[in-house]
Design a protein. Structure first.
Length: 462
């Protein structure tokens, strides 16, 4: 198999890293100025909830399906289409003053970001499958994610000072367009294809419908469980049942059934869900607590939150280089345990300064965890299914985040004070992260002891 020289790998890694960074900028940006957006778009609390959740929905609904499609028709093609879709959607966000148009565009931006996130690791794997490069990829992917989440709220908070919230989305549109053009010029060896396997169009439709109705229902519960929300939940359950039946009896499937007997894949997926339900859910609510509960400005709150997200980016470079020598499941379990400890340290904190130790610990652990997720998402699936593995892992992450944020809003809404509500949020998410770590360890132990049939995996940690 011919391999490109290291500069080709570096070029691909740079494009993929920048795409992850830009996607996370877009994802986290509204956390820094949701108050400004609520006023500018002349919307209510319900509209604000949709402003915050819309890109998450776009991501969660399309990640797995995009990965499956990319493995069939080509990673680069889906990446380029996703980048251009991302650019067009953010252009609409930057030019509109309508909350409906803004939310719809954010949904589409999430779908566009999916095209980049679900295929990025596959593109780099196509450039090089060397073990050293795989660890480097995981590290820089984690750095890009942490840096994007850290800088997104700070950027929107700074632009608020010049009444320039539109500029944030216009900048994202330019970035998406440039990424699409850069990816189109990449030269990669042909990715391995599975011969004779048809694209499961029915499974794709059922999966998209189940996720769309389910995640929309979750967001609906945040603003009140009316008849429409209940109907969406019932529809999601019915579509899920139909999906399971189609995957068991259909001639073609979205995911190789053998993967569900591979405990390494299950452990990585559980770790992704635990990351979303745990630290991401807690930190998604953190800015609201800092602004409404502790009286900080949105910019000051975003800067304090960077003690977590920024530290995760630094940790991915410093700590993850050592952690990468650990077995993959150990890295996942260690990262989840560290985030759990950091979240639990936030329970007694009653001031911004008192929150710093917990935020810093959770940040270091998040850096190790994110690098481990990037590594295991690819290493626990066959090489030709890298995009599907990445998509499945990220789908679990964003579904976990949607559920966790919904639970956080419920806990705060039923608490006597905002402070007590925040303590309950950190307790529940911290325990969830710890239980996920335990689950990863148990699955890893069973994997070592059992002689289950396994699919042919990519070279690296299993």
């Amino acid at each position: 198999m011919s391999r490109p020289n290291p500069s080709s790998y570096t070029t691909v890694l740079a494009v993929v890293g920048l795409s992850t960074w830009v996607s996370m900028l877009a994802y986290a940006g509204p956390l820094g100025n949701v108050v400004t957006l609520t006023r500018a778009l002349r919307t209510s609390a319900t509209g604000s909830a949709w402003v915050l959740a819309s890109m998450s929905i776009g991501l969660a609904v399309t990640l797995l399906a995009a990965g499956v499609i990319a493995d069939e028709i080509g990673h680069r093609r889906v990446f380029v289409l996703g980048a251009l879709l991302f650019a067009a959607a953010n252009l609409v966000c930057g030019l509109t003053d309508s909350v409906t148009a803004f939310v719809l565009a954010r949904l589409v931006a999430g779908a566009g970001a999916t095209g980049m996130i679900a295929t990025g690791l596959g593109l780099v794997a196509a450039a090089s499958e060397h073990d050293t490069h795989r660890r480097t990829t995981a590290t820089w992917w984690s750095v890009a994610m942490g840096a994007g989440i850290a800088l997104g709220p700070i950027g929107t908070g700074l632009l608020d000072r010049i009444d320039g919230w539109h500029l944030f989305y216009l900048g994202l549109a330019l970035g998406g367009a440039l990424l699409g053009l850069a990816a189109a010029r990449l030269r990669l060896p042909a990715a391995p294809r599975r011969s004779g396997r048809r694209l499961d169009l029915l499974g794709f439709a059922l999966l998209t419908g189940a996720l769309a109705t389910g995640v929309t229902a979750i967001v609906g519960f945040r603003t009140g469980a009316g008849p429409g929300t209940i109907a969406l939940l019932v529809a999601a359950l019915l579509l899920t049942v139909a999906l399971v039946v189609s995957q068991r009896r259909g001639r073609s499937t979205l995911i190789d059934p053998a993967l569900f007997r591979h405990r390494g894949f299950l452990a990585a997926t559980l770790a992704g869900f635990g990351t979303g339900f745990g630290v991401i859910a807690a930190m998604s609510y953190a800015c609201s607590h800092l602004v409404l509960g502790l009286g900080m400005s949105t910019l000051a709150a975003a800067c304090l939150l960077a003690a977590w997200s920024g530290t995760s980016a630094v940790a991915a470079l410093v700590v993850a280089r050592v952690a990468a020598n650990l077995p993959g499941p150990a890295q996942l379990a260690g990262g989840l345990t560290g985030t759990a400890a950091g979240l639990l340290l936030l329970i007694p904190a009653i001031s911004p300064l008192g929150m710093l130790p917990g935020l810093l610990l959770a940040g270091v652990a998040s850096g190790v965890l994110n690098a481990g997720l990037a590594r295991q998402a690819v290493a626990t699936v066959p090489a030709e299914r890298a995009a599907m593995g990445s998509g499945a892992n990220n789908t679990a992450r964003y579904l976990g985040a949607a559920l966790g944020v919904t639970l956080a809003a419920t806990l705060v809404g039923h608490a006597p004070t905002l402070g007590i509500g925040w303590q309950r949020v950190t307790l529940v998410t911290g325990v969830a992260a710890a239980l996920s770590a335990l689950g990863v360890l148990l699955l890893s132990r069973a994997h070592r002891q059992a002689a289950d049939p396994q699919p042919a995996l990519a070279k690296g940690d299993r």
